[in-house]
Design a protein around this ligand. Structure first.
Ligand code: ATP
Length: 550
């Protein structure tokens, strides 16, 4: 046949034989001696294999070009003649037959669960995998907002991260898809989690729950605790927009181990908090709102406010400082309480004297703040507006509180913050002077503390006066001796010694008692204090826990 390249035909036939019969031929090095010799007198157009054909690079290239052209022709003929569903069936069957079966499986974790609801697994993976960025990671993100104290790091798109969990390997990849929709369509991201097929059950029942738990723990640790106040001097930030509260970051560095408290009492409180935060299902089961009330009582300067800050730092709960003197009606109280968030501590400080309720001259019901309004928020309204709430009342005079406030179920735990005693002093000496063990002045100081009443705040002030332990502790001894002499001289001036400030407070509170009595005479239910509470009765009714043994 004129113009037909028989040499190319030979290459085609040879390579075809190799692919099917796994013979001796290979495309890169054709062994011409293996080719069947053409029959004598063999002539085109019958297939011919000239015996001595030189195999050059150009002839190989021409062969490839001819083969490609032939395949294209075949394909277009097949497309024209064979129905498309038959073609796709053949295609998938061939693919199934020739694709080696993989041992791996991939889970796709999208950022949304449908609609606008965030996929918690995606968010948890994002948080968790940040901790897995290591030397093998090629790219990752770094950011910082003005409110952040430390740099935030994040996973970069298409970056693979490898994790190990209980002896198994897991490969993660963050994939980003350009938004398809119009304006307002955010970037869509998803994680691909690839693992051995055999681990499917382990992934669903162990690994992913582990990632969720771990992410929650990381978030909790990173959480910045906020102090919300009704009259926040710094105004409202972007998170408080539309809220009745303003907030600042709670910078109070106090922790439980820095607090001068009886160790047993401190442990009991920490155990109680730990139990509370893990009992979501329990509260649901018994049909109670997930809340807890604490009453902190004791003289000024014994650490009541510090204890609230320590609780907030420990739980990573925000604090809402509710000043009852600025709340004028039950309705206002309701609005303020509804604007608080879950996982928060609502503090009402000095409830005995701050609750100088301002009745309005006009109106009834919600137009004034009443004790029953407050109780309703603790038991009724509060119960229905949120989870994981803690309410703390502080008072210098527990005996002046209305028994209704102390009823079981309202204040679950009563904590007495008392004067500085030996164990409390040791904690302060460690905090302020770094004394871990013993100091030669400790015995003298501890003997004085048995007979002298000083608050932890006063003791802390003395300890801060000098960094040299000997000098500071000598100062403490002198201070305690002075106080002892003064107390001996002024025993008749009352149990707080000659502290004029305190006397003033007591006097004022006594004045207030008068007011309260007057209020009751007038039949008003608005005074939160009470001057006729029997301590014994209240204590026994409450099964009150007293942690005064400092
Ligand atoms: N128990 C304590 N342990 C450690 N430090 C304390 C303790 N009590 C008081 N202090 C120190 O005294 C300061 C004042 O204490 P704090 O305001 O917590 O007392 P308080 O009982 O709330 O007083 P008040 O009743 O006047 O509000 C604290 O900042 C802290 O430095």
């Amino acid at each position: 046949m004129e113009g037909f390249d028989w040499q190319l035909w030979k290459i085609y036939v040879v390579s075809f034989q190799k692919a099917n019969a796994n013979g001796n031929y290979s495309l890169g090095g054709l062994r011409r001696e293996s080719c069947p010799k053409p029959k004598p007198n063999f002539e085109p157009p019958v297939m011919a294999f000239p015996a001595e054909i030189p195999w050059t690079a150009s002839s190989l290239f021409s062969a490839y070009a001819s083969f490609a052209a032939f395949m294209m022709l075949l394909r277009s003929v097949a497309n024209d003649l064979i129905p498309s569903f038959v073609l796709s069936f053949l295609q998938s069957t061939l693919q199934h037959l020739f694709t080696p079966s993989t041992t791996e499986m991939t889970i796709v974790i999208e950022n949304q669960c449908g609609g606008l609801v965030r996929n918690e697994v995606h968010d948890a993976a994002e948080t968790y995998l940040r901790t897995k960025i290591g030397p093998s990671t090629e790219r990752f993100k770094v950011s910082k907002t003005p409110r952040q104290k430390i740099l935030g790091i994040g996973i970069e798109k298409n970056q693979a991260i490898t994790d190990a969990f209980r002896g198994s390997r897991f490969d993660w990849k963050l994939v980003s898809v350009e938004p398809q929709g119009g304006y307002g369509c955010g970037e869509k991201t998803y994680f691909e989690l690839t693992f051995n097929k055999k681990l499917k059950e382990k992934v669903l029942s162990e690994y992913l729950p582990f990632v969720l738990d771990k992410a929650k723990e990381i978030k909790d640790n990173e959480r910045i605790v906020k102090l919300h106040s009704m009259n926040c001097p710094y105004g409202k930030n972007e998170f408080d927009r539309g809220s009745v509260w303003g907030s600042v970051n709670l910078e109070h560095p106090v922790t439980f181990d820095k607090l001068a408290m009886d160790p047993d009492g401190k442990k009991a409180l920490i155990d109680d908090l730990n139990r509370f935060v893990t009992r979501k299902e329990y509260y649901k089961k018994v049909g109670k709102a997930w809340k807890r009330g604490y009453l902190l009582y004791g003289p000024p300067g014994t650490g009541k406010s510090s204890l609230v800050a320590a609780m907030a730092n420990y739980l990573k709960y925000d604090i809402y400082d509710l000043e009852l003197t600025s709340v004028y009606s039950n309705l206002e109280l309701k609005k303020k309480m509804m604007a608080t968030t879950n996982r928060s501590i609502v503090v009402i400080e000095d409830i005995d004297c701050s609750a100088e309720i301002k009745d309005q001259d006009h109106g009834i019901g919600n137009s004034k703040l009443t004790l029953s309004g407050l109780l309703n928020f603790i038991d009724g309204l509060w119960s229905s507006c949120g989870d994981e709430r803690i309410i703390v009342f502080t008072t210098n005079h527990k005996d002046r509180l209305d028994p209704a406030l102390l009823r079981p179920g309202r204040m679950d735990m009563h904590i007495h913050m008392s004067f500085c005693k030996n164990k409390g002093f040791r904690i302060l000496a460690k905090n302020y002077l770094g004394i871990e063990d013993h100091h030669w002045l400790f015995d003298e100081i501890e003997a004085l503390l048995e007979v002298v009443e000083v608050t932890p705040a006063e003791m802390a002030e003395e300890l801060m006066k000098n960094e040299d332990a000997d000098v500071a502790l000598n100062g403490v001894v002198n201070f305690l001796n002075r106080r002892k002499l003064e107390a001996d001289d002024n025993k008749e001036k009352g149990k707080y010694g000659d502290n004029n400030e305190r006397e003033g407070k007591i006097t004022n509170n006594k004045k207030e008692e008068g007011k309260i009595a007057d209020g009751k005479d007038e039949g008003k239910s608005v005074r939160l204090g009470a001057d006729d509470i029997e301590e014994e009765k209240t204590e026994s009714a409450q099964q009150c826990r007293d942690y005064s043994r400092l």
